[in-house]
Write a protein that binds this ligand. Structure first.
Ligand code: ADP
Ligand code: GLC
Length: 493
């Protein structure tokens, strides 16, 4: 099958969160499974310099955007056999310091930037000699693609366009713009109605995707249920209920080629489920790196996160303030809301021997923290899937999570199965409930045999993409029953 994925971020080229990891891992897994995948994404600042093997394609986009036309080039790179990345090069739109914002302010022309990108994706699907069987778009930035295709099918003679699948990674971010932005799409006016892209007088890109995509997926089974409720539907629950029969929850996988403890250049010490000494060595190394007392016996908690309300930062700050009277350490790597950044900085100033904070973004440090910590805190308010708890599991770092969305689907609590427990869950969204869960963590820590059992279970939990990818292929086959199966993989004689 030939699948065109469209995403505004793709690891390792651009990333603000798990979307980048997921799209790249899905592309790789599809290719491994014998399908052909291409991922189209914007060419942001620095990518060409970092990847000199990028090639310019003999292809120019010249597409209407509102009352003007905008040109762009197409560049490409084969990431692995069967997986090509297509980059849309429009320097005025994408060669900037941030992907979506700068100095905590969204770019004022984000509507134009992502309507244009969506148009490029639809254009490639139609005119490139590589004809996809399915177009799979991710989040609001490309959620207009299904709508952009429809009038081309009806009025412009695109006989048999590929069906579309929309994956919702963040329902809370919908791409809302003033009604005037709709003209950028050059879609017929009847797409801007109650049953289209219009939402309380504004343009809502994600809503358009929910209305027009042939199938909708989200990144865990529990979150798929949650978003059809008023409490968690971010005002789109009624639309999602209308599409309930085409809505599927598929838990993300983990790219274990990247996230592993035995062959990982980011880690000073390798370790595995049968050779855990390296984990302690990583802990001592991280304590040194972060300026904390080097004490292997002290329980070390960690968080790596976008510092946004979604992630439960407020209750984490509250719980830490309570728990830091105990003999524990805590490290944070994160960035986001200035108020939250300041909150953690203040905590580090109050507890210099116990708390170390790095405000910023570092892939290498994120691996070292995952490897070094005993416990990983993820008290999210809501969590479509969450990847860090799954990375923690593989690293033998016991996740302490709020039982919501993908966190609930991927972590097993003692109360669910004493023998198979991999982490600690709490339910109520409060600092008190998180502090209580942290006390459970400390109780486990005091029983080495129990801690070993948790770690063993956690490290052996398997969220590899081999399983997950079949679920996506099943959705693709549902919306395009005529598409061919995987191309035959040649086995060497
Ligand atoms: P979300 O996508 O909602 O932010 P996920 O848990 O799905 O949450 O994915 C977050 C991804 O971003 C993980 O790969 C995590 O390691 C990474 N990440 C988040 N913040 C940072 C940071 N400050 N530095 C490095 N990596 C980060
Ligand atoms: C979003 C969600 C996160 C999920 C990621 C990848 O960023 O917030 O829960 O893991 O997308 O699907």
């Amino acid at each position: 099958m030939k699948i065109l994925l469209a995403s505004s971020e793709v690891h390792p080229f651009s990333k603000t969160g798990g979307l980048a990891d997921m799209v790249s891992a899905l592309g790789k897994a599809l290719a491994h499974a014998g399908h052909e995948a291409r991922i189209v994404t914007p060419l942001y600042r620095g990518i060409r310099e970092k990847y000199p093997q990028l090639r310019r394609e003999d292809w120019i986009f010249d597409l209407p955007l509102g009352s003007t036309r905008v040109r762009a080039e197409l560049w490409s790179l084969e990431l692995q056999p069967g997986l090509v990345i297509w980059f849309v090069d429009q320097p005025e739109f994408y060669q900037r310091a941030g992907l979506y914002l700068e100095n905590n302010q969204d770019y004022a022309d984000n509507a134009a930037r992502f309507v244009y990108f969506s148009k490029c994706a639809a254009h490639l699907a139609r005119y490139s000699p590589w004809r996809p069987d399915v177009i799979h778009v991710h989040d609001w930035q490309v959620a207009l693609v299904p709508a952009l295709i429809l009038p081309q099918k009806i009025a412009e003679g695109w006989g048999n366009p590929p069906p579309t699948c929309l994956t919702i990674h963040k329902l809370a971010y919908q791409g809302w713009f003033p009604a005037t932005a709709f003209s950028l799409t050059t879609l017929p006016r009847d797409f801007f109605t109650l049953n289209g892209a219009e939402f309380y007088g504004q343009m809502n890109c994600l809503k358009a995707g929910i209305v027009y995509a042939d199938a909708i997926t989200t990144v865990s089974p529990r979150y798929a249920r949650e978003i059809t409720t008023e409490a968690m539907g971010c005002s789109l629950d009624d639309r999602l209920r209308m599409r309930q029969h085409q809505l599927f929850g598929i838990l993300n996988g983990v790219d274990y080629d990247e996230w592993n403890t035995s062959a990982n250049s980011f880690l000073p010490h390798a370790y595995s489920v049968t050779r855990m000494a390296g984990k302690t060595a990583n802990k001592l190394a991280l304590q040194k790196e972060m300026g904390l007392p080097e004490r292997k016996e002290v329980p070390l908690f960690g968080t790596i996160s976008r510092l946004a309300e979604q992630k439960g930062v407020d209750i984490e700050l509250g719980a830490l303030a309570e728990m830091l009277s105990a003999d524990i350490q805590f490290v944070l790597l994160g960035s986001g809301s200035p108020v939250f950044e300041q909150g953690y900085r203040e905590l580090a100033a109050r507890f210099p021997d116990k708390v170390a904070v790095r405000v910023g973004y570092s892939e290498a440090l994120s691996h070292r923290i995952e490897a070094a910590c005993d416990f990983f805190l993820m008290p999210s308010h809501f969590e479509p899937c969450g990847l860090n708890q799954m990375y923690s599991l593989r690293y033998g770092t016991i996740p302490v999570v709020r039982a919501t969305g993908g966190l609930d689907d991927s972590v097993i609590d003692y109360s669910q199965s004493p023998a198979r427990a991999t982490g600690i869950k709490f339910f109520e969204y409060s600092a008190r409930a998180l502090a209580k869960a942290m006390r459970k963590a400390l109780a486990i820590y005091e029983h080495p045999a129990l801690l070993r059992q948790y770690r063993r279970n956690a490290m052996q939990a398997d969220f590899s993409w081999e399983q997950t990818v079949n679920e996506y292929v099943r959705v693709y086959s549902l919306i395009n029953p005529n598409s061919a199966g995987p191309k035959t993989v040649q086995t060497p004689e």
